[in-house]
Design a protein around this ligand. Structure first.
Ligand code: TYM
Length: 356
């Protein structure tokens, strides 16, 4: 592998209905990261997907669809490593070691588990509870330094940092003894930097500005899907909830106006400008006019992606080849990490008995 100064990792679940929040909060930023001096790994996290029931045939289609969305959005599979999690066994293997590092009390604080498990917590899968530990393993199997995500992943990334630090502390002596120290302290795992930000770190529902735009919202009108055509986008934006006032001319005027704030944030992110810049142009405008401009911008950005996703989806063989190539390259980075972890933890590694 070429020596990059940063290693970027992020993942998206293949659970259907990829939406504008996934695109603006994550996938589009994955594309931007390719321009940095960084090795980027972008993973379709199928092991995470099955923490909630997935129909097996639909899951396969969804894995290929997320891969197609990555490529259609501009991720270059020669420059970045694009793969699905289940093809690289080191993720699950490292998660087990981390299960023995993470503390029950840490996981009990995870708000996303509480949201997803709902009232009947006893009926939730153990995988759903353990979800953030697998996420830490995803990131640290590559010793990733930077992780671009939406704001809803902040707590999970804090847990990743806690796990890395506890591992480094618990095994400090062994890390040095095996020559895996960083020379400055005893760190084997980096304390990963979350990259959360921009006007679309948290895109909200089009029907309720206080709730996150989500794949699982019962109302399809609450989100813009990456596969929506121009008519669907136009109808959803025009029906988006707003208040009856004109747009303010300054960001402070968006306080207490969740729906207005959300639409301005979406506009800003699509155009690559700040909320201030949007309001400098549209302050005083009525929503009808602003929504017209937003439709135009959204269609202009999303239509080529939807069209390319459709083209790519017609050739699953190509998608599978991209995933196979990415998985091999990912494993080439993760396998030495796991070898080192085994030495550090005190396992006896398999010695080669005969040449193959
Ligand atoms: P997932 O599949 O739920 O979402 C994928 C990415 O989209 C972001 N996102 C949003 N951003 C802004 N506004 C929204 N409404 C919105 N909804 C979703 C998410 O923050 C995420 O960045 N746990 C992760 C997947 C994962 C992962 C990882 C991420 C597994 N292992 C390791 C980073 C590193 C998730 O559920 O993503």
């Amino acid at each position: 592998m070429a020596a990059f100064s940063e290693l970027v990792f992020s993942g998206v679940q293949p659970t259907g209905n990829l939406h504008l929040g996934n695109y603006l909060g994550a996938i589009r930023r994955f594309v931007e990261m390719q321009a940095r001096d960084a090795q980027c790994l972008y993973c379709v996290v199928d092991l995470h997907a099955i923490t909630l029931w997935q129909d097996p045939e639909a899951l396969k289609a969804q894995i290929r669809e997320v891969t197609a969305a990555f490529l259609a959005a501009g991720i270059d599979p020669r420059r970045s490593i694009v793969f699905n999690q289940s093809q690289v066994p080191q993720h699950a293997e490292l998660a087990w070691v981390f299960n023995c590092v993470a503390r029950l009390g840490w996981l009990n604080r995870m708000t996303q588990f509480k949201d997803k498990a709902g009232k009947d917590r006893e009926a939730a899968s153990i995988g759903l509870y353990d979800y953030p530990v697998l996420m830490a393993a995803d990131i640290l199997a590559y010793r990733a330094t930077h992780v671009p995500v939406g704001e809803d992943q902040k707590q999970h990334l804090e847990l990743t940092r806690d796990i890395a630090q506890k591992f480094n502390t618990d095994f400090a002596g062994s890390i040095v003894a095996h020559g895996h120290g960083d020379g400055e302290g005893t760190g084997f795992f980096p304390v990963t930097e979350p990259l959360i930000g921009g006007p679309a770190a948290r895109v909200m529902s089009l029907r309720d500005g206080t709730r996150k735009m989500s794949k699982s919202d019962a109302s399809d009108n609450a989100r813009i899907n990456l596969t929506d055509d121009a008519d669907a986008i136009a109808s959803k934006v025009r029906r988006a909830k707003t208040d009856s006032d004109a747009l303010p001319s300054e960001v402070a005027g968006l306080a207490g106006r969740a729906e207005a704030d959300n639409l301005v944030g979406i506009f800003a992110a699509l155009k690559g400008i700040t909320r201030d810049a949007v309001l400098a142009e549209y302050g005083g405008a009525q929503f009808s006019a602003f929504k017209g401009a937003l439709v135009e911008l959204a269609v202009e950005t999303l239509s080529p992606i939807a069209a390319q996703m459709k083209r790519l989806s017609a050739d699953p063989g190509h998608i599978d080849a991209v995933l196979a190539d990415g998985s091999e390259r990912a494993e080439a980075i993760a396998a030495p990490t796991l070898d080192a972890v085994k030495d550090i933890v005190g396992f006896v590694r398999r010695t080669r008995l005969r040449s193959v």
